[in-house]
Structures are given as structure tokens and as C-alpha cells.
Design a protein around this ligand. Structure first.
Ligand code: NAP
Length: 315
């Protein structure tokens, strides 16, 4: 469960549509590849032609950071990206290793060095590349020494198979340990107005100049429907004076509160993809972002955001 009681505070820094990440400059709104699979992470899409077309159109729309993972499919989104996203397009393609998929609802963690190596080789084949531009350790396996997991990925990077290394969901202690060894190029964690608990990691990343990628920026599936509706009603009302929809306000809140951050959003809808891009055009003033954070925390009144909730419900 993730605490919901610590709203982050925005700064009044000037609006910024792009950030430096993994050796390039990319849009601060990234395309999450989970929706390239059949469900939200398992199986091939029912209409593979349409799915490839959507990905091409997302790139045309300006999404130039694409966030995938071996665990999605497994291997399905990486394979589709490999078909569509030629290196010459200049898009940052990120994938992840270190998770185990044992079935449609089976998500595990496995950081054994030989498994990480195998996943990297398989990802290169699926992406049809000589090098994975950005690769995250998807989860840190508590049963394998962190130095072995990070060390294996560093070796593969030094062999030229990985461009840049990132890490997902580290604790502060794990992040500090990695920084002592070799700071990740990017850190990615769950972060949104209803689940701002990763603000401390994001602040520390900011202090080190490490970009922060927020997943489930659009709230995700961690709240039961009545709570989700309450949060969206607050976002709707707060965003309206700026001409923003509730979804745009959720994204704009993440962008306003994380000056060095990138918000991820997944979609199968061209209309939604275009709508989401407009969140980049409006900067929420710091006091407005702060007020939204407090109102959402008050409305949730201690209700915990549970990332596992929907997966369990779907079983
Ligand atoms: N590092 C990690 O451990 C981790 C974990 C989870 C996710 N992620 C990353 O985060 C990405 C995004 O996650 P996600 O796809 O699960 O969830 P998400 O982006 O939070 O939400 C996707 C959902 O929002 C809907 N949506 C998108 N734009 C909308 C709009 N403007 N209005 C209304 N609804 C809208 C989509 O429906 P439509 O298809 O109908 O638009 C879909 O149902 C993933 O692809 C992955 O890259 C990372």
C-alpha cells in the first residue's frame, strides 16, 4: 500500500515541455507500452495492425519516450516496438528486466544475474537492436544482493548492449546505495496526486540531477471506484479554469510538482493520446497544484492507494 497523505509542493519554475534523459532531450509526457498488449500487460493485442498504427501515430503526435518492459506480454510490447520504432526515428526506447511472468495475473521478481542476462539478450532480439537505449531494473529482488543485480546490468552496459541504466521503485536506502556504486541515469516510480509517496525519492533524484519518471501519472488502478471518482471530481473542478480536462489536470499536476520529471501515460485511443499532450501546454501555478494535492488528500482521508488492488480484483 502507498500512503496518500503527503501532497507534494510545486515550484514556480518556468514551463518546460522537454527534459534531458538518457542522452537525448525528450517530451515530458511519455508513452507507456502496457496498452500495446491485449489487456494491461498480458498477451498479444487482438488487432496487431491497429496497435502498430497507434504506436506510429503516437510518435507522430510527439511521444518520443516509449516505456516498455519484458514483463509486458511477456515480450509483446517490446516486439511491437521493435517492428515500428526504427532507431533512426530518434525516439528513446526504454525497457525493463527483473520481473517474472508466470501467467496472466502472475507477477514476480527475479534478479538472478543469469536471468537478467537472458532477459537482456531476449529484449535485444525483440527490439531488433544492437543496444537497448535505456534499460531499467524493473524491481530490486530482495533475495539477490543488489550489487549482483546492478553489477550484472553494468557489465552488460559496458559490453555495449545497454545505453543507459535506470531503476524502478528503489527505497531511499537502495537508491543511495546505487548512487554510491554508480548513480542510475533515470529513476522510475509510481507517483500521482493520489499517491505522492515517491516525492522523497524524486526530490533526492532532483538533487543529484537524475530525471524522475512517474508511472500511473493518470492515477492508475490503485483506488476503488468511489474514491477514484472523488479524485477525478476534484481534478475536473480545479482544471476547468485552465481549460483542462480531469485527465489533463492529473498529468499537469505531476508535471508541475516534478520539474525534473516525465509523466507516463498509456492509451489505446488516439483521441486520448492527443488530449493528454495538451497537459504540456499549461503550467499549473504552484498554489493551484498545492491546493489540488491537499484537497485530494483530504477527500481520500487516509484511504491507501494499493497498486495491487485491480490485479487482484480481476482474478
Ligand atoms: N515501472 C513500473 O513498475 C511500472 C508499473 C506500471 C506501469 N508502468 C508504466 O506506466 C505506463 C502507464 O501505465 P498504464 O497504461 O498501466 O496506466 P495509465 O497510463 O495510468 O492509465 C491507462 C488508462 O488510462 C486511460 N486513459 C489514457 N488517457 C486518458 C484520457 N485522456 N482520458 C481518460 N482515460 C485515459 C487508458 O484508456 P484508453 O486506452 O481508453 O485511453 C487506460 O485505461 C505503462 O505502460 C508502463 O510503461 C511502469
Amino acid at each position: 500500500m502507498v500512503a496518500t497523505s503527503a501532497p507534494a509542493v510545486a515550484t514556480d519554475a518556468p514551463p518546460q515541455r522537454r527534459i534531458a534523459l538518457a542522452g537525448r532531450t525528450v517530451s515530458r509526457l511519455g508513452f507507456g507500452a502496457a496498452r500495446l498488449t491485449a489487456g494491461d500487460g498480458w498477451g498479444r493485442p487482438s488487432d496487431p495492425v491497429q496497435t502498430r498504427r497507434l504506436l506510429r501515430l503516437a510518435i507522430d503526435e510527439g511521444y518520443d519516450y516509449i516505456d516498455s518492459a519484458d514483463a509486458l506480454g511477456p515480450g509483446v510490447s517490446d516486439e511491437i516496438i521493435g517492428d515500428v520504432v526504427h532507431p533512426a526515428l530518434g525516439v528513446v526506447v526504454a525497457s525493463k528486466v527483473g520481473m517474472l511472468r508466470t501467467g496472466p495475473h502472475g507477477w514476480g521478481v527475479l534478479g538472478r544475474p543469469d536471468y537478467l542476462r537472458q532477459q537482456v539478450y531476449a529484449t535485444l532480439v525483440r527490439l531488433r537492436r544492437e543496444q537497448i537505449p535505456l534499460l531499467y531494473l524493473h524491481r530490486i529482488d530482495p533475495d539477490v544482493p543488489l550489487d549482483d543485480q546492478w553489477g550484472t546490468l553494468r557489465e552488460l552496459r559496458d559490453e555495449g548492449l545497454i545505453g543507459h541504466l535506470g531503476v524502478c521503485e528503489p527505497t531511499i536506502e537502495q537508491f543511495e546505495h546505487l548512487v554510491d556504486v554508480e548513480a542510475p541515469a533515470v529513476v522510475q516510480s509510481l507517483y500521482n496526486v493520489a499517491a505522492p509517496g515517491s516525492a522523497a525519492i524524486a526530490d533526492r533524484a532532483d538533487a543529484l540531477g537524475v530525471p524522475f519518471v512517474a508511472y500511473w501519472a493518470l492515477i492508475g488502478r490503485g483506488l476503488a471506484a468511489p474514491h477514484h471518482e472523488k479524485v477525478f471530481a476534484i481534478l475536473q473542478a480545479a482544471g476547468a479554469p485552465f481549460g483542462l480536462t480531469a485527465a489533463q489536470t492529473a498529468l499537469a499536476w505531476v508535471l508541475a510538482t516534478r520539474a525534473n520529471g516525465l509523466a507516463l501515460v498509456g492509451s489505446r485511443s488516439l483521441r486520448h493520446l492527443a488530449e493528454n499532450r495538451a497537459a504540456l501546454d499549461v503550467r499549473l501555478p504552484a498554489d493551484v497544484a498545492e491546493r489540488i494535492g491537499f484537497d485530494v488528500a483530504a477527500a481520500l482521508d487516509g484511504v491507501a492507494f494499493d497498486p495491487r488492488r485491480s490485479a487482484e480484483e480481476e482474478r
